[in-house]
Design a protein around this ligand. Sequence first.
Ligand SMILES: *Cc1c(COP(=O)(O)O)cnc(C)c1O
Length: 395
Amino acid sequence: MSMSVPFMDLRPGIASLRGEFMTAFEKVLDSAAFAGGPWVEIFEHEFAEFCEAEHVVAVGSGTEALWLTLLALGIGPEDEVITVPNTFIATAEAISFAGARPVFVDVDPNTFTMNPACIEAAITPRTKAILPVHLYGQPADMDAINAVAARHGLLVVEDACQAHGARYRGRAVGALSQAACFSFYPGKNLGGFGESGAVVTQDGALAETLRNLRDHGQRAKHDHRILGWNSRMDAMQAVVLSAKLKHLREWTERRREIAALYHEMLAGMPFIKLPGEADYAAHVYHLFVVRVRHRPGFMQSLESGGVQSGVHYPRPIHLQGAYKQLGYGPGSFPRAEMCARQVVSLPMYPELTEAHIRYVADAIEEYGLLAAASVEEHKGTFAWLSPEPLAESLT
Ligand SMILES: *Cc1c(COP(=O)(O)O)cnc(C)c1O
């Protein structure tokens, strides 16, 4: 039976809550409070409770959450912030637009997150903060990162834009550092119907500074003591997020079940490396990312079987044109570069059925059989199935 499995589909999730959304929109219309205001405050309280944190400041996007947090922490020109090259470019952009310089360190290819053992060598007298990314929904190794930060008197800010509800040694992401930044872009695990984001922190003074920064530096109406920006969340997003937040735990459980099914069905295939869940982590599987040796052939084969996949991210940030001036080159971060060549994101969203997952697994198995047969047939000609030098292994 032929099927088509999209990489992600937001429509079934929207359809299931349509009535709730419509009721919420009418409440916003009746109140005529659209930018910031009471609906946003309600969501901030609910999200703080969800993250087991004291304060939530809602802002215009995940990118602005990161940028304003760095500004609020006093990071600026002459400063360096340590982060990873295998992330969405917004992580580095936020550092640059605060006026500081991103300094990259390599990652652990099994968890895809910052390798704490690489941090110390990147610290200079200008280093002010470490910005780990909870990539694909798995927390970085926060105890190890916080220990390095404490030894050197550095701040830590989490990029939690892909990790709503993830846990680290039983603690919720968002309460593991000075501040954690979230995105509610539509495709994220908790996504609105447009752009928004939030900063989560235990630090009341930091939250107050962020409230000023997101509203033109106003402490009270027309009292601008610092320069700020317009980064208010709008009420239409807040009510969508409040409605969806009630279901987030159940959707996360479903993502974890889907990941377990993938693991079960794809076990024992030598050409594919499945994502590991670290012993400290409760992964929320924003993305289910595998590594393969010959990505173009793998993706083409899935595509021709009706299975859509994605790549997050094909080019690490240190090799992007926008960051040429930092002076990195190919080989600067071998593990991140290997991941960039090998990663494939398989279909992942809570409404995927077991039949969908079985279909994806069958398509992958079929690719494996064809690839093995073609290697046998063209021994020596198709060297691509043998490990490339950098990818010393998929393990
Ligand atoms: C989505 C994302 C961002 C940016 O969030 P926006 O809301 O799109 O601005 C930052 N970092 C990571 C890791 C992301 O996935």
